[in-house]
Design a protein. Structure first.
Length: 170
């Protein structure tokens, strides 16, 4: 198993067995449920120096999902270009998430997720098996779709373990 395969496997392992597309809605509901119950002040919390705030983490989920959507679209349409990687910390640094309202960040997350659902649920099943190169690694459309879910679960776990207990939410 390559380092890349090991890296993505940690996200894929977080997805419950069964209909993986249904997990798009479940992770959205769980994420929206948590963020809808935060105050603006709580959303500014970072659990340690140098870590993202809850606002920043939410925008990171939207940004990453958008990158994954583009990869899905490109590979499903037969694009053979090697798509670049992205630096999540550079994106976060340039996002200005702290200057936005929690409400606007949450609305954006919901819209991005709806777009992912439509993209994946209406795709020809054969296209899910198409592959392409992203960040120097071959990956299938289906695997990228699953990474959206696993990546979301990964961050939900971090939120529940490292953020919410420190703001007295749980």
């Amino acid at each position: 198993m390559t380092d890349f395969q090991k890296y993505i496997q940690r996200y894929l392992d977080l997805i419950p067995q069964g209909d993986w597309l249904a997990e798009l809605k479940k992770t959205e509901e769980k994420t929206v449920g948590i963020y809808s119950n935060l105050t603006e002040e709580q959303a500014k919390f970072a659990y340690a120096e140098g870590k993202w705030t809850l606002k920043g983490l939410l925008l990171h989920l939207s940004d990453t999902e958008r990158v994954f959507q583009y990869r899905i679209l490109a590979f499903a349409r037969g694009d053979k270009n090697n798509l670049p990687g992205f630096d999540e910390n550079e994106y976060a640094e340039q996002s200005f998430a702290s200057e936005r309202s929690l409400e606007s960040l949450l609305e954006e997350y919901k819209l991005v997720r709806k777009s992912s659902q439509i993209l994946l649920e209406t795709m020809n099943p054969a296209a899910l098996q198409y592959t392409g190169i992203a960040n120097g690694n071959e990956i299938s459309v289906e695997t990228i779709g699953k990474l959206i879910i696993g990546h979301n679960y990964h961050h939900l776990n971090i939120i529940e373990e490292r953020y919410l207990p420190k703001i007295g939410w749980m």
